[in-house]
Structure formats: structure tokens, C-alpha cells
Design a protein around this ligand. Sequence first.
Ligand code: ATP
Length: 334
Amino acid sequence: MAHTITLIPGDGIGPEVADATRRVLDASGVKIEWDVQNAGAAVAEKRGTTLPDEVLASIRRNKVALKGPIGTPIGKGFRSVNVTLRQALDLYANVRPVRSLPGIEPRFEGTDIVIVRENTEDLYAGLELMIMPGVAQSIKLITERACLRICEYAFDYAERMNRKRVSVVHKANIMKLSDGLLLECFRKVALNHPRIEPNEVIVDACAMQMVKNANKLDVIVTENLYGDILSDLGAGLVGGLGIVPGANIGLDAAVFEAVHGTAPDIAGKGIANPTALIQSAVMMLHHLGEHAAAQKIENGLLATFERGTRTADLGGTATTDELTRAVCEAVGRA
Ligand code: ATP
């Protein structure tokens, strides 16, 4: 039976990497009917909104979406589509595996971290105001409900994926109430998961640890802003934004997307690296229970990198099309 999935190609390099990902999924033999929906800066010009209602309706209906990067027109009063989607669909867990690939010089051999980022609150709640001219305030909103469920998600994920340890990343020494609440919830949830080792790391120490010895980290659970920053740091450790995938998971829907943005500097040149979105699609296939197809694509991708085929962001010369063709061929053989 075919899966019906919402596809949002997005802005900038989005359509190029989305097309590449569709081709690789086709090569795996998995049956997908795409419900293509447009959102983002290009749509805003025609429709006056970056997120037309039918896009949200499509994801609600299909429950799964694959999404390219989307730009937010700056200073025109548009809210970020990414933030709106996460809040509207309550996609509370943002899962970002940071893993080295063969043939790419990582900072540390065998880096394999998974960042589980709370996706709906913190400084992203959009609660900002000018108290008076020259004085701005952003409210960092942290709730017990969100902390408990993100910690539950991280421990469940660790158990499911045979990981050993979950580290909560916080700054409770300074933000004693807000980050203190996360810490308290983490300790409570850890008691229900005796097979997983709980660990507590202050965010600045975590940043240093990632740069000095990332292999000491396993699963990380953290707030929205810390997770955003640490996942880009993680991407840098393993070769850059072109390869790191992501999933936004809620109880009723899941949206799979790369960590990178629209990369306007290379959009339309045919040189974008589609690996991050392809790896996001692999996560999507696992979510759909299509484990065999997911494994085929993963093996094809690894074989392609082992053979040294790489796009310019990783020091290679392959175009998006050449890398895609190489991966499709390898998937066909896998
Ligand atoms: P946005 O405003 O949408 O976040 P940005 O350019 O500020 O866009 P990214 O899109 O994340 O941020 O890109 C940061 C840098 O990484 C850019 O130089 C971009 O070209 C490069 N980059 C990001 N993704 C890719 C990719 N898939 N392939 C090649 N280079 C990429």
C-alpha cells in the first residue's frame, strides 16, 4: 500500500534537494504518493501568507510530511513557518542525529550523538515586548508539561535505539527556576528508566565537551534555544549542514526536514548537497515502519560516500544531480 505524504519543497535550495530525495526514495522501491504543498517566502508574495491553510490541513490529514527549508521574509511581519508548524501541530520533539559519514573527515572518529530538542517553548514562544523605548524583553517560557514529555521522549528514544545514556543540557546554575524545572523533571523521568544512565551537563560545558571529545556524549535532551545552537555545532563536527537530518515529532503528526536553511548563496546552481534531506527521509521511513527501504537507502548513501563521491560543501566536485544518480544506483544495488 502506498503512503500518502505531504511534500513541501520549500525555498532556496529546497526544491533541488527535495527532487533529489524523491528520486532516491523511488529507487528504494517504497511506494509513496506525494501531496505537494507550497509554503514559504515564494508563496508569501502571491498569497500574502507564508503558510496557507491547506498546507497545515494536508499535514493533519496525511500525518507525515517531508519538508525542504523555508525562508521567513525579514522585517515584513511574517512569522517563521518552521516555528508556526511546530507549534500548530504540537511537534514537541525535534530529533537531530549527528553522525559522521565515511570518507568525510570528522572532528572525531565515530561521532554519534542524538540531540533531542524541545520544540514548542523557551525563548521561541514569541513572547517579546518593548517595555519602553530602548528596553526589550523576551520571555523564556518553560512548563513542567513540556519538560516532562520531552524527557520521556528522550529516555524512550534511548531505550528504543539501544543507547546507553541521556544527558540533560541546562543552565540551572543561573536560571534556577526555568532550567531548574527542566532538571527536576529530568530527574523524575530518569527514575522510570533504570536501564539508561542519566547525566547532567551545563550548556557551556557541553559546548566545550562537544569540541574536545564529542564521543563522550550519547543522547542529549535540552531546551529549544540550546538545542538549536548545539545541533549546528554538532553539524560542524561531522562535516557541515549538508549532511545532518532532523525530525519534528508530535503525537498526531511528524515533519521530517534537514537542519540546514535555504542556503540562498548556492540556490539554483545545482550544487546543493541533498544528503541531509535524504537522511531525514530515512528517518521518515523508519517512522512509517518501512525499515527495509530505510536500510537500503542508508547503505546506498554510505557506499556512495565510501567511494568518495561528494558535493562541493564537503570538498568534492559532484553536482546535486551526480550525487543523486550515484546514490540511486547504489540503492538499486543495496
Ligand atoms: P537561512 O536564512 O535559510 O537559515 P542561511 O544561508 O543563513 O539560510 P543555511 O542555509 O543553513 O543558512 O546555510 C549556511 C551555510 O551552509 C551556507 O553557506 C550554505 O551554502 C551552506 N549550506 C547549507 N546547507 C547546505 C547544503 N545542503 N548543501 C551545501 N551547502 C549548504
